[in-house]
Design a protein around this ligand. Structure first.
Ligand code: SF4
Length: 152
């Protein structure tokens, strides 16, 4: 929902902190999660992520979450699904080129990043091309797997 998504950007600092706490908790639980099996946990975890992130950020469950680096604005809501900054069509009022009634997700990402403790730091990270096979999978578990150096 657009209103909640905009609220989340306005409260990016607090939500980013919650995000970091969740990451730390999952890192603590990682030995247990690894024992149970990431694959077995993937579906329920992806469902949980989808519920939480879907509500707050209109997450599209891409499986490779960038929220922490994009001012808590989900770039997958961009009609062109651009993950490394805006296209050249942002309107003068900040509206999206494709959906004028929507503010460009990258304008929102900028606004949100200004509220973080280290503004703009995340926006400077170059996001790799999205692997479409990750869609619908848990990005939290993927982050744990990557930490362990396992194959995606
Ligand atoms: S204006 Fe922004 S949201 Fe719209 S297509 Fe371009 S980058 Fe995406």
């Amino acid at each position: 929902m657009k209103a909640v998504r905009n609220w989340s950007v306005r409260h990016a600092r607090g939500l980013h902190r919650v995000y970091v706490i969740i990451e730390s908790l999952l890192a603590l639980l990682d030995p247990l999660l690894h024992r149970i099996g990431y694959q077995r946990l993937d579906k329920p975890m992806a469902r949980l992520e989808s519920l939480i992130k879907g509500f707050f950020f209109d997450s599209q469950s891409c499986g490779d979450c960038t929220l922490g680096a994009t001012g808590m604005s989900c770039p997958m809501n961009c009609p062109k699904t651009l993950r490394n900054g805006p296209c050249g069509g942002v309107r003068q009022d900040g509206g999206c080129e494709v959906k004028p009634e929507m503010t460009c997700v990258w304008v929102k990402a900028w606004e949100g990043s200004q509220r973080l403790e280290q503004p703009e730091q995340g926006l400077q990270i170059i996001q790799p091309p999205l692997d479409a096979r990750l869609k619908g999978h848990s990005s939290w578990l993927r982050a744990l797997r990557l930490r362990r150096g396992q194959r995606q």
